[in-house]
Design a protein around this ligand. Structure first.
Ligand SMILES: [Zn+2]
Length: 90
């Protein structure tokens, strides 16, 4: 019933993907636990003035490794906090 109203939204060529609505963050791999944590842009600015360690979204104190190293496994808590919830279809 009413399936003609609930069809999937068609994307046209040139449509942009949806912009995430969560906080802006970058992912940093910590040399101490080997995991990739999310750090907000505000914390990046703060941490660069305080010894180069950053408080991740999950609360972990990140000591970033070399930018040339492969990223570690992503921290579940940071991932959950920074990933917008899936949209519910009605
Ligand atoms: Zn984390």
């Amino acid at each position: 019933m009413f399936s003609f109203l609930a069809g999937p939204r068609r994307r046209r060529a040139g449509d942009r993907p949806p912009v995430p609505s969560g906080p802006l963050a970058i992912w940093m791999t910590c040399v101490e636990d080997g995991r990739e944590h999310g750090v907000t842009d505000e914390e990046v600015a703060r941490g660069s003035r305080h010894g180069g360690r950053y408080v991740a979204v999950c609360g972990h104190l990140v000591t970033p490794g070399s930018m040339t190293c492969a990223p570690g496994r992503r921290c579940r808590a940071c991932h959950a906090a920074l990933t917008p919830p899936a949209r519910t279809r009605w």
